[in-house]
Design a protein around this ligand. Structure first.
Ligand SMILES: [Zn+2]
Ligand SMILES: [Zn+2]
Length: 127
């Protein structure tokens, strides 16, 4: 629910009515669940993932990135060779993208992040 609200406040009543619709569970229960979620999610350096909005409810404290699929970059970052969806390309885990030749010249180590460059899955025409 917090993810769906995308940084907006989720009111306590909303939690109660959608998670425990037929039970009189009380706010202390929500507090307890939020406490457990926090202990799983909060950053080691102290940034709160879930923020209490006094008198209302809770919201996410950190932006959440949602991804669907790879970013299919159209050019080699080094030599600017065009790379089609079905061409042989190499990517690192951050999606830095190179043609196979450039990747080979770096011995398949990404020059930006030092990570491994692997073959990018080819994509056929849009589904
Ligand atoms: Zn290249
Ligand atoms: Zn990289």
């Amino acid at each position: 629910m917090l993810l769906d609200a995308d940084g907006g406040v989720v009111e306590k009543d909303a939690f109660l009515s959608s998670i425990w619709p037929n039970e009189d569970i009380g706010e202390a229960n929500i507090t307890q669940h939020i406490f457990m979620l926090r202990s799983m999610l909060d950053d080691p350096d102290g940034r709160a993932c879930i923020i209490t909005v006094a008198g209302k409810g809770y919201r996410l404290g950190t932006p959440v990135e949602r991804k669907v699929g790879l970013v299919m970059r159209g050019l080699c970052e080094r030599c600017n060779r065009p790379l089609g969806m079905s061409d042989d390309a190499r990517i690192c885990s951050y999606e830095c993208t190179f043609c196979a030749e450039c990747a080979l010249s770096f011995e398949n180590i990404c020059p930006n992040c030092g990570g491994e460059l692997v073959a990018r899955p080819r994509r056929n025409s849009a589904p």
